[in-house]
Ligand binder design. Structure first.
Ligand SMILES: [Zn+2]
Ligand SMILES: [Zn+2]
Length: 310
């Protein structure tokens, strides 16, 4: 996908090729740039490092729990897998995992998003009932990493009882959006589906524009067949664009109806928002836009798409 914003070293216009050895996620393009960023990176770095150490410490403790009494069944990774959070001894560990994931996201890097996604996904495996709400953060993370199909499969695995739980694959991204509108609208999911479709729409518009630019001045018999094939491709691209325009309009309107502050909060998270609740709840709009707005911000053209509609 060509529309995702790339991360640059905080002190240079280059993609990072080395990481901070302490937090292991913030990237720099050269060794010289790391010390000059330290003053602003120090706090985040320390928070990430400490939360990871805490999680690892609690995990070690759990793995060595003796299984010799009624109150302790031993290592819960063997005895309670899938049911973490339901037993008292596993709760601090689940909290430590979520805390680590949240801290990671204060570092603005793909590596941090990738680890946070892995941690969240692992938390869901440990606790299928998702007692700590790991799953609502996941669509945003998949999208930040450009994993749109996996994101859609994940959402369908939760939303649609007819597809396999957490194992759905290759769900049809072009399908209708009614299940993400109306009464069953769940903000992180509907927003994610909207972005998946907006990205496709923006991509296809680019393709359509560049196929126009191919021009007709070089037509000869040899490429006539090629052009015919492109004509077919072009009409199918136009159909898809039309479908996506309709679907994204539907999602925009449904999300706006559920919370009229949310789109504004995404494009302008700094704006002060009056406090109200989801179904009009502005506090929720602010929290959501902080986490779910990131993938919109990182998609070239997505803010323009929202602003045109507002
Ligand atoms: Zn660091
Ligand atoms: Zn640099």
């Amino acid at each position: 996908m060509f529309i995702l914003v790339t991360y640059f070293c905080p002190h240079g216009a280059h993609a990072p090729d080395s990481r901070c050895s302490s937090c292991k996620v913030t990237g720099y393009c050269s060794r010289e740039h790391q010390p000059s960023d330290w003053a602003s990176h120090k706090t985040i770095c320390n928070d990430i490092k400490c939360s990871r150490a805490k999680m690892e410490k609690v995990e070690r403790k759990l793995r060595t729990l003796p299984g010799n009494s009624a109150s302790s069944l031993g290592n819960p990774f063997e005895t309670s897998f899938g049911h973490f959070g339901s037993t008292v001894c596993t709760r601090p560990y689940m909290v430590a995992r979520i805390t680590y994931a949240v801290q990671l996201l204060s570092s603005n890097s793909h590596d941090a998003a990738a680890i946070a996604l892995e941690i969240s996904r692992g938390s869901l495996d440990l606790c299928r009932r998702d007692l700590l709400g790991a799953r609502s953060a996941m669509p945003n993370l998949y999208l930040r990493l450009g994993q749109d199909q996996k994101c859609y499969d994940f959402i369908k695995g939760w939303e649609d009882m007819s597809v396999p739980f957490l194992n759905s694959e290759n769900e049809d991204i072009m399908e209708g959006v009614s299940m993400f509108c109306g009464r069953r609208l769940i903000a992180p999911y509907s927003l994610a589906v909207a972005l998946i479709k907006v990205r496709m729409l923006l991509d296809l518009r680019e393709v359509r524009a560049s196929s126009v630019l191919l021009g007709v001045d070089k037509i000869n018999v040899d490429i006539l067949q090629h052009i015919r094939e492109n004509m077919d491709l072009r009409s199918s691209i136009c159909d898809k664009i039309e479908t996506l325009e309709h679907q994204t309009d539907q999602l925009f309107a449904a999300i706006h109806k559920a919370n009229k502050y949310l789109w504004r909060a995404i494009v302008g998270p700094g704006d002060s928002l009056p406090l109200m609740d989801w179904e009009g709840n502005v506090e929720v709009a602010a929290v959501l836009s902080l986490s779910d707005g990131k993938c919109w911000e990182e998609t070239n053209g997505a803010f323009r798409w929202i602003q045109k509609k507002l």
